[in-house]
Structure formats: structure tokens, C-alpha cells
Design a binder for this molecule. Structure first.
Ligand SMILES: Cc1cc2nc3c(=O)[nH]c(=O)nc-3n(C[C@H](O)[C@H](O)[C@H](O)COP(=O)(O)OP(=O)(O)OC[C@H]3O[C@@H](n4cnc5c(N)ncnc54)[C@H](O)[C@@H]3O)c2cc1C
Length: 458
């Protein structure tokens, strides 16, 4: 292991998805490890990201489930919803998870310092009023929501505070069109808030396949979310009765009364006041730590993983990168991270699952592309009568017949796309997918029975 002239072999700044993984694997490989965390062990995903978000998404879906249950013979009367009960239960679960991680650190002999850390030099960290030295330093400080600079922005919340609101807002404006914005639109809408989503662009979910974007937009609209596109939020005013008035373009009179405004307009890497520039660590224009495929920064013994590198802001990516750094440093194997064909989901209502290239990106890359798609009413809704349609879409490189993209909007699509992702990552062909016998009756089998080419795009 590293030279003993240092206090530790690895010092990790940030106990989120990436930092925890790197620390645990490094310790397992025999390294002496310390971690600094200045909020709560678990990081964004556990405390105010994926996990609580998905719990709230389940809660929101019950509204439709209760309605649909009638068509299946159930009588459900006097349903009511308590936001404080949901938040208290969610808080209990994330406290449990945070403790599991903290106990894991203690059990395996990883030292935890609950304070803000910064670099003093390439081998020294200042934390908790002292200086600690390490052979290697891992920056895993994540990202933070950015608020636009408009008058009255102090009245707006971000996803951080949305998880802790004392009461469910009757009317909420959500500004943004990315996955966090559409997910929270689905959550608040399902729980009974009147939701307006204002987005600057021409369609929600920039970067996703165009059919997915349009399909989700239409389905969200059917469920009652008012989506205002090409819209700018200009200012927010607090009224005398405590409610808010938002000035925004795209609505009649350019004014919208509401009770809460949530901005989901992006996240920036947490790199300010970390002493990175002074230590010689290069950052990109957004402040993200620039790294090579081994997650190594411009300073050879300083690594960075996860959202702080401003690449793919997803928990499994941070986890994979953290594990790779540990293997490179202490496992005797230089381990690069391959960020091609990373699947992802949007836990909107209905949810989205996606892997590989969008149709537009595939055309740019391959020229000739075969597109297969189907839109159908899921079996469940033949009885419920709910007007919800599922979209499945495959993008195939016409010359090799490899499936280069798979996209789905509809119930269970994140679960289904996780399986299809193996096919895309393994560069399977359309014929190999077709040779697989489906499981009936499922929505997933639709991916194996797409026969009609929707188009051959050149
Ligand atoms: C609302 C929301 C929903 C999301 N949903 C999903 C999802 O469904 N699926 C998915 O894959 N991803 C999701 N993400 C993204 C996911 O949460 C992040 O990609 C992931 O948490 C990144 O892990 P990380 O280790 O890079 O950073 P983080 O988990 O953010 O951890 C960084 C840690 O560093 C600490 N820290 C920062 N600065 C310092 C310092 N100077 N000293 C000490 N500690 C410091 C922070 O307190 C934090 O605990 C979501 C994010 C948000 C905001």
C-alpha cells in the first residue's frame, strides 16, 4: 500500500454515491481510508435525489391506482392523503439508509470526518480545523441546483426543499424541462396539486429521443399537467395573502398565481472553495473537474468521480467510477470507465426508459437508420379505460443491423429498458432480438415483435 509518510492512502471528499463506493472498495483492498462529509452520509441520491424521489413517485401513483381499481371490482371509499405522513415516512427511510452507510464505514474501519474539506495542496486536506495528509485524494463532492437570477428568486424552492415542504402546495409552478422538472410535475400532479410546468425550450426532455419527448408531453397533458413551452419565468412576487404571483411568458396575461415555485433549471458541480485551482486541478467551463478515462484529474494523485466531473449525472455512473478508481489505485488493475450506452430512466408519470442513441443522433452517426416503433394501450387499461398509451421504439443501424437505441414511455419502462440495455451494450442485431421469444402478456414483449419499419431515415 501507499507510503506511510501520509496519514491515509486515500482521502475521499464527499460521502455520496461515488465517494462511498470508492472508499469501501479501497478499504476492502487494504487501503487506509478517510472520508469527509459536510451534510449527511449517503449524498444526493439517498438524501434528496433518486431514493426519496422514487418514494414520492410511488405515492403519487396511488391516485390513479385507486381510480383504476374500480374497474377491477374493488370499491375503495374515503381515500385521503397526508403529505406530512408521507414526508415523515420518507425521512425515516432515508435516515435508516444513511445509518447503514455510516455503520458500514465504522465496521470496516473507514474514518469519517463530518465537516467541510478543502485541499491545502495535492496531498493535504484541511478539515475540521486540522490538516490531514493522503497519498491519493478523491473529489466526490457532487453537484448543487442552480437558481436563475431573476427578481424574487428567493421565493423559489429547488428539488432540495421540495422534499421537505411543510404542506402540499395547492398550485405549483415548476420551471424547467429536464428530468427533475417532469418527475416533480408528475409527483405533485398525482398528489393533487395543480401543476404548471414552464420550459424555455420547444419540448421537454432535451437530449432524449424526439418521439419520447412528444409522447411524454402528450401523456402528461392528459393527466392534467399544464405544460407551457417556449416560456420564460421573469419574476416572482409574494402577495399580501402569502401566495405567489409569477410573471412568465406563454400564459394569458403573462401572470400566474400559485402557492409554490420550484426551479429545476440545472445543477452545477460542487467545486467552489475546494482549493482545486490552487492545487493545480483543471476544471471545465461549468466548474466540473476534468478527468481522463481513469477519473484522474490534471494532478496525478487527485481523482474525481460522479456529478463533480459534470458528465453523466447518474448514481450508477458515480458508483462505477468510484469502484474503478479503487481498482486502479489499490486493486493492481488500471480500470477505465466506459460511458457509452449508459441506460437511464425518467420517473415521470408515465415513466421513460432509454438506452443508446436517439434516432437523430443515430442518423448523424450512421447515415442510414431503420426505425421500428409501436404505440399501444397497455392491457391493464383495457379494463380501466384510462387513456394512456405506451411507446416502444428501436433504432437500428441499417448497414450492420445492430440495435443502437431503445426507448420506451410507459409503465415499467425503466425495469424493461434495464434488460434491453444488455442487448444494446452487447451490440446485438435486430434479428437476434427477433429470435428471442417474448413473455406474454407483457409490454416488454413488444420490443421483440416490432416487424414494420416505421421509417428508414437517411
Ligand atoms: C432530485 C434528483 C433526483 C435524482 N434521481 C436520480 C435517479 O432516479 N437515478 C439516478 O441514477 N440519478 C438520479 N439523480 C442523480 C444522482 O443523485 C447523482 O448522480 C448522484 O448522487 C451523484 O453522486 P456523487 O457521489 O457524484 O455526488 P453526491 O451524491 O451529491 O455526493 C456528494 C457529497 O459530497 C458532500 N460534499 C460536498 N462538498 C463537500 C466538502 N467540501 N466537504 C465534505 N463533503 C462535501 C455533499 O454533502 C454530498 O453528500 C438525481 C438527482 C436529483 C437532484
Amino acid at each position: 500500500m501507499g507510503a506511510t509518510r501520509f496519514d491515509y492512502d486515500l482521502f475521499t471528499i464527499g460521502a455520496g454515491s461515488g465517494g462511498i463506493r470508492a472508499s469501501r472498495i479501497s478499504r476492502h483492498l487494504g487501503a487506509r481510508v478517510a472520508v469527509a462529509e459536510n451534510y449527511r452520509i449517503g449524498g444526493t441520491c439517498v438524501i434528496r435525489g433518486c431514493v426519496p424521489k422514487k418514494l414520492l413517485t410511488y405515492a403519487a401513483h396511488y391516485a390513479e391506482d385507486f381510480e383504476d381499481a374500480r374497474s377491477y371490482g374493488w370499491t375503495i371509499e374515503n381515500t385521503s392523503f397526508s403529505w406530512p405522513a408521507l414526508i415523515a415516512n420518507k425521512n425515516r427511510e432515508i435516515a435508516r439508509l444513511s445509518k447503514v452507510y455510516a455503520d458500514g464505514f465504522a465496521r470496516t474501519g473507514i474514518d469519517v470526518i463530518e465537516d467541510t474539506a478543502k485541499l491545502a495542496d495535492a496531498h493535504t486536506v484541511e478539515v475540521g480545523g486540522r490538516r490531514v495528509t493522503a497519498q491519493n485524494i478523491l473529489v466526490a463532492t457532487g453537484a448543487w441546483p442552480v437558481k436563475p437570477t431573476i427578481p424574487g428568486i428567493e421565493h423559489a424552492i429547488t428539488s432540495n426543499e421540495a422534499f421537505e415542504l411543510p404542506a402540499l402546495p395547492k398550485r405549483i409552478l415548476i420551471a424547467g424541462g429536464g428530468y427533475v422538472a417532469v418527475e416533480f410535475a408528475g409527483i405533485f400532479n398525482g398528489l393533487g396539486s395543480q401543476v404548471t410546468l414552464s420550459y424555455r425550450g420547444a419540448q421537454v426532455l432535451r437530449g432524449f429521443d424526439d418521439d419520447v419527448r412528444k409522447h411524454l408531453h402528450d401523456e402528461m397533458g392528459k393527466k392534467g399537467v399544464r405544460i407551457v413551452l417556449d416560456s420564460d419565468v421573469l419574476r416572482i412576487d409574494r402577495c399580501t395573502d402569502g401566495s405567489l404571483e409569477v410573471s412568465l411568458t406563454g400564459v394569458p396575461g403573462n401572470k400566474l398565481p400559485c402557492d409554490a415555485v420550484m426551479v429545476a433549471t440545472g445543477r452545477n458541480p460542487n467545486t467552489a472553495r475546494l482549493g482545486l485551482a490552487e492545487a493545480g486541478v483543471k476544471r471545465d467551463g461549468a466548474g466540473g473537474v476534468m478527468v481522463d478515462r481513469f477519473c484522474r484529474s490534471s494532478v496525478a494523485n487527485i481523482y474525481a468521480v460522479g456529478d463533480v466531473t459534470h458528465r453523466l449525472a447518474l448514481t450508477p455512473v458515480a458508483v462505477r467510477e468510484g469502484g474503478a478508481v479503487a481498482m486502479t489505485l489499490f486493486g493492481g488493475a488500471e480500470t477505465p470507465v466506459d460511458l457509452d450506452d449508459v441506460p437511464s430512466a425518467v420517473f415521470s408519470q408515465p415513466p421513460v426508459g432509454t438506452v443508446g442513441l436517439t434516432e437523430a443522433r443515430a442518423v448523424e452517426k450512421f447515415g442510414k437508420v431503420d426505425v421500428y416503433k409501436a404505440s399501444f394501450r397497455p392491457l391493464r387499461h383495457t379494463l380501466s379505460g384510462r387513456d394512456e398509451r405506451t411507446l416502444v421504439k428501436l433504432v437500428v443501424d441499417a448497414s450492420t443491423q445492430c440495435v443502437v437505441g431503445a426507448h420506451m414511455v410507459g409503465a415499467d419502462s425503466p425495469e424493461i429498458i434495464q434488460g434491453i440495455a444488455v442487448a444494446v451494450k452487447s451490440k446485438l442485431t435486430k434479428a437476434q432480438l427477433d429470435a428471442t421469444i417474448g413473455i406474454h402478456p407483457t409490454a416488454a414483449e413488444e420490443f421483440l415483435t416490432l416487424r414494420e419499419k416505421a421509417s428508414r431515415v437517411t
